[in-house]
Ligand binder design. Structure first.
Ligand SMILES: [Zn+2]
Length: 279
């Protein structure tokens, strides 16, 4: 699943290319989107902004119409000059917004809808989003409060809960808990305030670092790093490294399937020892 930094970078790149420009072509394979676009044509409108809210990407058009997309597992937005060849087959296109200069193509984007700002404000998936880690006004205390409201959740699960805080996906979940030295299966109730504060601080640092250091191509998250290593083979501490040696202590990295969709969690049993007592 794309993480918050990927969506944030995609939104920033799309904003730079599209904001202030007029839409010359709009296409979608989704009947519900096309119905709205027939009643209220997108072509001719100006793109006012492209922004990220959690893992939702929002393209706002003049005249109060917003295209909301969500990438889920496999969706991605690409940006092309109008004469450039697409890197994915056209059959994977789900939605397209073109100006005279560029084409923004949403490939395999499974969720797309056109909304008014009023509908967006009431949207059930956005209304309950927790504080966004990449938002300049991020409220860490509110994130901690929302974690405390779920004392029986494991910390690894709660980091993925976008209603607690928005932006963390499966890769960052494992990396953040490694950097914070916390076993992913620890219940929130067993963690001190200082632990939660540290987890939130690390989460924010890592997402922000990966937005600012990443290159401008947002198509693949290959630039993501938490180790700050320039070696492409040692960019992450634990994610995807089950059975390999911990870069810090040499112990074997553990992994386990967790959650409803059985995503893998990775951790170092030595650097992230289990908590046996509550606080
Ligand atoms: Zn270790």
């Amino acid at each position: 699943m794309p993480e918050g930094d990927t969506i944030f970078r995609a939104a920033a790149a799309l904003h730079r290319a599209l904001a202030g420009r007029r839409v010359t072509r709009f296409e979608s394979v989704y009947p519900a989107v096309n119905r709205v676009a027939e009643d209220r044509p997108i072509v001719g409108r100006t793109i006012e902004s492209v922004s990220a809210r959690g893992k939702h990407l929002l393209i706002a058009f003049s005249g109060d119409l917003i295209l909301r997309t969500h990438m889920r597992m496999n969706g991605s937005w690409h940006l092309y000059k109008t004469d450039q060849r697409w890197r994915f087959p056209a059959r994977h296109m789900r939605v397209l917004v073109a100006t005279a200069e560029v084409e923004a193509v949403g490939f395999n984007v499974p969720v797309a809808e056109l909304l008014t700002s009023r509908e967006l404000a009431r949207h059930r998936e956005l209304r309950f989003l927790g504080p966004d880690l990449l938002d300049a006004g991020f409220d860490g205390a509110e994130a901690v409060r929302r974690m405390r409201a779920r004392p029986r959740d494991a910390i690894g699960d709660i980091l993925l809960n976008q209603r607690v805080m928005a932006g963390i996906g499966n890769i960052f979940k494992s990396e953040i808990l490694f950097l914070a030295g916390i076993d992913p299966f620890t219940l929130v109730s067993a963690l001190a305030d200082a632990d939660l504060d540290r987890i939130v601080a690390v989460a924010r640092d890592e997402l922000r670092a990966n937005v600012t250091t990443a290159d401008r191509t947002f198509r693949r998250p290959t630039g993501r790093t938490t180790t700050r290593s320039l070696d492409p083979n040692s960019r992450l501490w634990v994610y995807g490294r089950g059975g390999k040696r911990c870069r810090r202590c040499g112990a074997a990295i553990d992994s386990q399937k967790t959650g409803l969709d059985a995503r893998l969690t990775y951790w170092c049993p030595t650097c992230q020892p289990p908590r046996t007592t509550g606080v």
